[in-house]
Design a protein around this ligand. Structure first.
Ligand SMILES: C[S@@+](CC[C@H](N)C(=O)[O-])C[C@H]1O[C@@H](n2cnc3c(N)ncnc32)[C@H](O)[C@@H]1O
Length: 188
């Protein structure tokens, strides 16, 4: 039995509109897990746009496909990347790319590869949107345990993105809600 949360169908929709997602956008959700952000993004962009949801966990991708069926959303494409950090998308394809609560899985060399690939597939002035978790002072974990949010911002700006600001709100994290913020960057 598929359960959809109020976050996925209501609160997340309002929040992602605030973050900048609009109807008709092509969106990449890298490290989508069970789709806590994929589903509200797909509701906003509707049939004129698509959400490409990438993960290396097949079970999570199947859950997203089931949720999409329940909601009759035909604009989500799930992709098992098997951990690869280069993708089969044409240059400048996306309007909006989400890296939400995922960068702590990647070491600095892997993040370097990912930022370059994102720069290639995001259109000029498109938005790269980051949910920075597990940095210094925020349950430090894995590859970001010794990295501050400011260092992460500086790191991303080195790849041709301009930091635009923080968007604060109540966010979904591991299926509960907590106060936090998103970092938005624009491709220069
Ligand atoms: C903590 S979850 C975050 C899920 C979602 N973005 C959110 O904020 O609710 C991180 C997800 O990233 C995925 N992941 C980590 N490294 C990955 C890689 N190299 N390629 C694809 N997915 C990856 C994991 O399988 C996991 O589902």
């Amino acid at each position: 039995m598929i359960k959809l949360s109020d976050w996925e169908t209501n609160m997340g929709v309002d929040f992602l509109k605030k973050v900048g997602i609009k109807k008709g956008y092509n969106i990449l959700d890298f490290g989508c897990n069970d789709g806590n952000y994929t589903i509200p993004a797909a509701i906003i962009t509707r049939e004129n746009g698509s959400v490409f949801a990438i993960d290396e966990n097949e079970h999570s991708l199947r859950k997203i496909a089931d949720k999409a069926e329940v909601l009759e959303l035909n604009n989500i494409k799930t992709i098992n990347s098997n951990g690869d950090l280069s993708f089969d998308f044409t240059d400048n394809f996306f309007d909006f790319i989400m890296l939400y609560d995922v960068l702590h899985y990647l070491n600095s060399q892997q993040r370097n590869i990912l930022y370059k690939e994102i720069y290639r597939i995001l259109q000029i002035e498109g938005i790269l949107s980051i949910y920075p978790k597990h940095t210094i002072g925020n349950f430090p974990l894995m590859e970001l345990r010794n990295v501050s949010v400011q260092e992460l911002i500086d790191e991303i700006e080195n790849y041709g993105f301009e930091f635009k600001g923080k968007i604060f709100g109540e966010l979904s994290h591991d299926n509960y809600l907590e106060e936090g913020y998103i970092l938005n960057f624009s491709k220069m």
